[in-house]
Design a protein around this ligand. Sequence first.
Ligand code: ADP
Length: 490
Amino acid sequence: MATISETIRAPQVRQTQCFIGGQWTPSVSGKTFDTINPATEEVIAQVAEGDAADVDLAVEAAREAFDNGPWSTMDARDRGALLHRLADAIEGELDELAALESLDNGKPIRDSRAADLPLTIDCLRYYAGYADKIHGQTIPVRGNYFTYTRREPVGVAGQIIPWNFPMLMVAWKWGPALAAGCTIVMKPAEQTPLTCLRMARLAQKVGIPDGVINVVPGYGPTAGAAVVKHRGVDKVAFTGEYKTAQIIMRDASTTLKRLTFELGGKSPNIVFADADLEAAAAGAHFGLYFNQGQCCCAGSRLFVQDKIYDQFVDKLVSMNRARKLGNPLDPETEQGPQVDQAQFDKIMHYIDLGKKEGAECVSGGARFGDRGYFIEPTLFAGVEDEMSIAKDEIFGPVLSVLRFKDLDEIVDRANNTSYGLAAAVWTRDVAKAHTLAKKVRAGTVWINCYDVFDAAAPFGGFKMSGMGRELGEKGLDAYTETKTVTVSLS
Ligand code: ADP
């Protein structure tokens, strides 16, 4: 590991309370929870542990700001200007926020700086531009009537996010909600509340009116569930595990809330022998090990065509050997720790299962170091479709490499999963690439690339990987209701 002088200094933690109606408050119960530095297992700070009582207050503030407050009456263009100012404020504190993200989540500072922060800023700017461009249609109808539609904000949006991209998930949720004119009650992940709270502070600083954004840190079954069940919340946007989405769907059924889900995956990444193999290996490696393997769209089922299989596995193994693990705040670090003990344990369990089920662990397979939740980049060769490591989402640095023969065979195998978030194909054959793009049941298909995200490109899942889409123009659908107005011209 690098010495302290070579590393980024740990940032100061300034916000640890609930943010409700523009006020920073302890939780009603007075309880707090620890947020842990996953690289050292030490407590970074105690954060207010909100529950149903705090959610009640947050919803009241959000309702007031929506029903009577300044947000619904503000010109859309002015709302857009505020979103731009929030993006600028985040950009102004980029280094500090990147360090805070790495401290709380464990992701390497080079990734926070190069990916999380720029994508966060870009997303907010993209939706800032949309605020005054959300409009309805005029519709020719039978008879002497004039009919038009209005796209109105859905109301108070409950937003529940995970810990793998804490700031970026805030941007994906706040951007379209604020552009559409909704107000927000957000429940950040209990593992990583710090950057969300800092973003709320910046939102207040740039002039987003009190009550428009409310943040209640806390646990899922208490604070999260209270958001889902609350009658004053019109819509819930959730990113996380499908099992949690099933609970949310049940909890939301009483009030028939609008729901959007972005869930997990077991995405197939398919490499044909005619691909640019250097690029494919780099893409396959990045597609799985990026962010410690903690990506919902991780290319965790790597299918490699028979004749290049061994050479391709060798390439990946040598990349794993060269990978630099260590202190996330060291700019040289390429892989940090997993986010917490629970994730660490789950991943180690799957590594064990992979070995027991007969896959060949050709790289990694063990804990790295004796402090922090570090796991060696792990690669299993000889993986079969029915093995647990080929079927279940592991959400860690564990790559399963499977063999395939040809195009006919691979389509069915790629689709043989209840997930459908992403897929990728590597080939120089245009027809093959587009045939697969058409036949794979997934919300995103990358051809000769992986993990290419843009605020303008819709993202979401087929099947059990989600409901609805985030990003792009489509991402606004979840935050608007269509109202039809008909006027008699007689
Ligand atoms: P992960 O395994 O990635 O932590 P989860 O689905 O458990 O995924 O968590 C994602 C988010 O959902 C977190 O903010 C968590 O607190 C929240 N959450 C967990 N359980 C519930 C629940 N029953 N109701 C609402 N939110 C929940």
